[in-house]
Design a protein around this ligand. Structure first.
Ligand code: SAM
Length: 285
């Protein structure tokens, strides 16, 4: 067990600082103070963060921490903590770790025994969810679906019977294809596209997928897509909505997966081992 009392520790600390997703007024006074007082700021893109720091006249030393150097830089940050230096980690916008680098760093720092403290702020998924008009709880945050269409369809097939509201990030050049895939796989459900949150051109498109799709295809900017869960599977216990193991595998095989791929997918969805599923499917139990 690892117990952390964030406000009682004198140890050097890693702060996870959320930065504005558009509107700079959303940087909280606490975030500003932490960025000013940290010994080092680890930034996803130092040039981008430099603009934020200049705006708030903060001159804390910057180092790079991005997906291409995450392992090496996480070790470097742990060394800084060992020297007694506190580090604030930021991404380009919103929360680090949320479709952004940082999760390896957090794990390393916890393992090394230093406090990891979150500093609240803006985040695209929650802003979109609360204003979407769709059921906010329970929800499943997926982030970006795969850019490969075949893989994207497979992921959507996995999600299709989930009763919880689904939340995705998407790039504007893929939005039309993505929503078409959602329509094909999930059916015509209520959805909301939230774009340019907190910025001058903030906009919400609420309706069914079929209604929103043609308008969404004309839009640019940063986007969050929220789609209602499977109305027929409102039961909170997802496993109760699950078919028998054999039927579950066969449904994927009939959609074009090999038996092995289907076994792997079903094992993941049911939280069981591939071996258990394999034995059940082949009647070896
Ligand atoms: N870490 C960020 C967060 O906490 O929301 C997300 C980073 S992710 C790399 C960037 C994606 O988040 C964008 O492609 C878009 O889907 C979503 N996003 C970020 N800012 C947004 C905004 N102002 N309005 C709508 N979506 C936004």
């Amino acid at each position: 067990m690892n117990q952390q009392k964030s406000f009682e520790s004198e140890r050097a600390t890693l702060y996870i600082v959320a930065t504005p997703i558009g509107n700079l007024s959303e940087l909280t006074p606490r975030a500003k103070e932490i960025l000013e007082n940290a010994d080092v700021i680890a930034a996803e893109d130092t040039r981008n963060t430099m603009k934020l720091l200049s705006h708030f006249q903060i001159d804390t030393r910057l180092i790079a921490h991005h997906k291409f150097n995450e392992s090496a830089s996480s070790k470097g940050i742990v060394s800084l903590l060992r020297e007694g230096k506190s580090v604030a980690v930021v991404s380009d916008a919103g929360y680090p770790l949320i479709s952004d680098p940082g999760s390896e760093l957090v794990q390393e720092v916890i393992e090394a025994g230093y406090p990891v403290v979150p500093v609240s702020g803006s985040n695209a998924m929650l802003n979109a969810l609360v204003a979407s008009g769709l059921s906010p709880q329970p929800f499943l945050f997926y982030g970006f679906l795969p850019s490969n269409e075949r893989q994207r369809i497979r992921e959507l097939q996995t999600l299709r019977h989930y009763p919880m509201t689904l939340v995705f990030y998407e790039a504007p050049h893929r939005i039309e294809k993505m929503l078409n895939n959602c329509l094909e796989v999930l059916g015509d459900r209520p959805m909301c596209l939230a774009r340019e949150l907190t910025k001058k051109h903030e906009e919400f498109l609420r309706g069914t997928i079929q209604e929103v799709l043609p308008v969404a295809a004309t839009r640019k900017g940063e986007m969050v897509v929220i789609i209602a869960g499977d109305e027929e599977k409102k039961a909170p216990d997802v496993t109760q909505a699950m078919p028998l193991i054999k039927e579950h595998i066969q449904s994927y095989v009939s959609e074009g997966m090999t038996t092995n791929e289907a076994i792997k997918r079903v094992a993941r969805e049911r939280g069981m081992s591939k071996n258990e599923i394999y034995k059940e499917y082949h009647g070896l139990n």
